[in-house]
Ligand binder design. Structure first.
Ligand code: 3NM
Length: 219
C-alpha cells in the first residue's frame, strides 16, 4: 500500500498539459516548490516521439528524485522500468495489476483508476496499492472521462468498500472542492489543470496543499 500521506496533493502532468512559456520541467519544479506530495508522468496524445517521451521522463524523474517526491508513470510499464519509477498507474483498459506486477516486481506501487464500486473491489482483490477514483467533476484534461461522480458518489463508494485502501480523487478538482472530497473519504486530491494551467503553478499547489492539510485536521 502507498502511505496515504503521499496522496495528499498528487500532481499529474505531461507535455500536453503545459503551455509556453513554461515547459513541463518548469511546471514540475514550481509544483514541487509549492508542496506536491506525489507526481505522475502522464504524456498522452502529446505528439512526442517515444524517444522524446523518455527524455522528458528522465528530466522529470530527476527533479522528483532530487526532492524525494514519489514518481509514478501512467499506463506504460516499459517507461516505468526505464525511469526507475516508484510506481505505475493503470486504467481499466491497461494491463491488469497481476501482469504489471509480473513485469515490475513487488517494489513498485501499482495504482488503478476506478469509477465504480465493482472496479474498486476488483482492483483491491488484484493487489492494487491505491485507487484513483474519478472523475469527481467535469474535466477538460481527459477526453474519455466518464460521468462525474461528485463527492456524493465518492462517499457512497468509500462507505461500501469491503477492505480499506488509500484513495485519491481526481477530475475537475479545485481548492474549493477539497473539503467535500476529503470528508467523502479520500486521502487526497489528484489534479492536472488546477496546477499545470495556472500562471503561477507554485502558488496554486501551495494553496491546494494548505486546504488539504487544514481539512485533514478536521476530518
Ligand atoms: N483521470 P483535471 S479524470 C487523468 O476520471 C484523469 O480517472 C480521470 O485533470 C479519471 O485535474 C483525469 O485537469 C483528468 O481535471 C484530471
Amino acid at each position: 500500500m502507498v502511505p496515504a500521506r503521499h496522496l495528499s496533493l498528487y500532481f499529474v502532468m505531461g507535455s500536453q498539459d503545459c503551455a509556453p512559456p513554461l515547459s513541463p520541467v518548469d511546471v514540475l519544479k514550481k509544483a514541487i516548490a509549492g508542496g506536491i506530495t506525489c507526481f505522475q508522468f502522464r504524456d498522452k496524445h502529446s505528439g512526442l516521439t517515444m524517444k522524446e517521451t523518455l527524455a522528458l521522463g528522465r528530466a522529470l524523474r530527476s527533479e522528483c528524485r532530487q526532492h524525494h517526491i514519489p514518481f509514478i508513470v501512467n499506463d506504460r510499464v516499459d517507461l516505468a522500468l526505464l525511469l526507475e519509477a516508484d510506481g505505475i498507474h493503470v486504467g481499466q483498459d491497461d494491463l491488469p495489476v497481476e501482469d504489471v506486477r509480473a513485469l515490475t516486481g513487488d517494489d513498485m506501487w501499482v495504482g488503478v483508476s476506478v469509477h465504480t464500486l465493482q472496479e474498486a473491489e476488483e482492483a483491491i482483490a488484484s493487489g492494487a496499492d491505491y485507487l484513483g477514483v474519478g472523475p469527481m467533476f467535469p474535466t477538460r484534461s481527459k477526453s474519455d472521462a466518464k460521468t462525474p461522480l461528485g463527492p456524493e458518489g465518492l462517499a457512497a463508494l468509500c462507505k461500501q468498500l469491503t477492505r480499506p485502501i488509500p484513495i485519491v480523487a481526481i477530475g475537475g478538482i479545485r481548492a474549493a472542492h477539497v473539503p467535500d472530497i476529503l470528508s467523502a473519504g479520500a486521502d487526497g486530491v489528484a489534479v492536472i489543470s488546477a496546477i499545470a494551467s495556472q500562471t503561477d503553478p507554485e502558488a496554486a499547489a501551495r494553496a491546494l496543499l494548505q486546504t488539504v492539510e487544514t481539512e485533514r485536521r478536521k476530518v
